[in-house]
Design a protein around this ligand. Structure first.
Ligand code: C5P
Length: 406
């Protein structure tokens, strides 16, 4: 993917040990298609050399407002005018305090102050010791910077270079990249509360074994990411999958269909969009054994009686029709043949305005997919692309349909 193609990012480094992560972040930005101009404070240059950052960004690094390479000797103006965003990572407590007061005694702070505030977003990735992070001064500065229009990207938690454990670690380069990419996505779902089910369910036979399927959860997770990028508050009810939670998404882990139903119904009252991507097991063992079922050596196989699982999507859609009807429900159909015919039948059976069909064997576990959108009026194809790409298209399409109901 080249989600940052054509974007020019000014990457600012202030002083902190997390500067070592800025090297990887710089590479990640470039890999995603951005051009990167690095600006470092004097303190940052104590932690990582401008040479390293120059080699990775393929551009001379700026550290001083007196840099005579600029013909007009105004690097703070020149560097900020061409930027699509300025990302300060790491952003030290001291640098936040400086920004807060509009001080401008080095190139990076000067450039942040001089940036065209309406067109060049400023993103800050704080990095500091946990006590510094928790200090009222830091929290106060952060709140005010946010009110002044900066995007504060939050911090990670865990073991810190100082030997202490807590909040204040700089987010990982992959997380910062995800946030930056999100910034540039259209906000078609701003103000919406999106609820998504994803992954398989696992229906216990006994404490060791169970009935499940090959769903990887990738499509649902991509939709959660795309919805959040589009400005929604997103809750993801996930079956057993080992995927990373998309940034800013609230995740509820469940195992069985019944648990998925319960978790979903808990969230429905506050949701405005429900997207059911989960491959819910249709049946579950009627009476799971409390202990492991043992082979007894006779060659006899245990009888497995199945009962039908609740249909989560149909239950939610039925409740909506009976209630306020403000929830936009979208279903998925994974088929092995006759996709459109099956999808149309499902649309009616589930009582929903939109169903998204895909061929199961060509979708499960893969990073790409192709979709057909089926509604009562017709069929629209979304050609093969990455699941994230398709998820963004689908979210935009859902937002469009919500604005102009059929
Ligand atoms: O009925 P079928 O499994 O083919 O329908 C697929 C759609 O219904 C998907 O959106 C899936 O998430 C949803 N579903 C559900 N609960 C079930 C079965 C399917 O929410 N028990």
């Amino acid at each position: 993917m080249n989600d940052l193609a054509g974007k020019h990012i000014v990457l600012g480094l202030s002083g902190g040990i997390a500067c070592y992560k800025a090297a990887e972040l710089c590479r990640a930005l470039i890999k995603e298609g951005a051009t990167v101009q690095v600006v470092m404070t004097e303190a940052a240059a104590q932690f990582i050399t401008p040479v390293t950052m120059q080699a990775l960004s393929n551009r001379p690094v700026y550290t001083s407002q007196w840099d005579s390479r600029e013909p007009n000797n105004m690097p703070h103006i020149n560097l900020s005018r061409g930027a699509d965003a300025i990302l300060v990572a790491p952003c030290s407590a001291d640098f936040m305090a400086k920004l807060l007061h509009g001080r401008a005694d080095d190139l990076l702070s000067l450039m942040c102050l001089a940036r065209p505030i309406e067109s060049v977003p400023l993103l800050l990735a704080p990095a500091m010791n946990r006590e510094m992070w928790a200090h009222p001064a830091t929290q106060r500065n952060m709140a005010q910077l946010s009110a002044d229009g900066a995007h504060i990207l939050g911090v990670g938690s865990g073991f810190q270079a100082c030997g202490e454990t807590g909040d204040g670690r700089m987010l990982e380069p992959a997380e910062l990249l995800e946030d930056l990419i999100a910034l540039f996505q259209p906000k078609a779902m701003a103000g919406q509360q999106v609820l998504i089910t994803a992954g398989p369910t696992f229906e216990a036979i006994d404490p060791i074994r169970g009935v499940t399927n090959h769903s990887s959860g990738k499509m649902g997770f991509a939709l959660a990411r795309a919805a959040r990028e589009a400005g929604a508050d997103v809750t993801l009810v996930a079956g057993p999958v080992s995927l990373a939670t998309p940034r800013g998404v609230q995740r509820i882990d469940v195992t069985s269909a019944q648990q998925m139903l319960d978790a979903t119904l808990d969230q429905v009252p506050t949701a405005s969009v429900f997207i059911a991507t989960a491959a819910v097991a249709d049946w579950r063992p009627a009476a799971p054994s409390e202990q492991k079922i043992k082979k007894d050596g006779t060659g006899q196989v245990p009888a497995l009686t199945l009962v039908e699982n609740p249909d989560i999507l149909a239950t939610v859609a039925r409740g909506e029709r009976a209630g306020s009807g403000r929830l936009f429900c979208v279903g998925f159909a994974a088929e092995s043949q006759d996709l459109v015919a099956h999808a149309k039948a499902k649309l009616a059976r589930k009582g929903i305005p939109l169903i998204v069909g895909n061929i199961g064997a060509e979708a499960f576990g893969r990073d790409d997919n192709q979709l057909v959108l089926v509604d009562p009026h017709g069929v629209q194809e979304l050609p093969r692309a990455s699941k994230l790409d398709l998820a963004r298209q689908l979210i935009a399409e859902i937002a469009r349909r919500m604005r102009t109901p059929a």
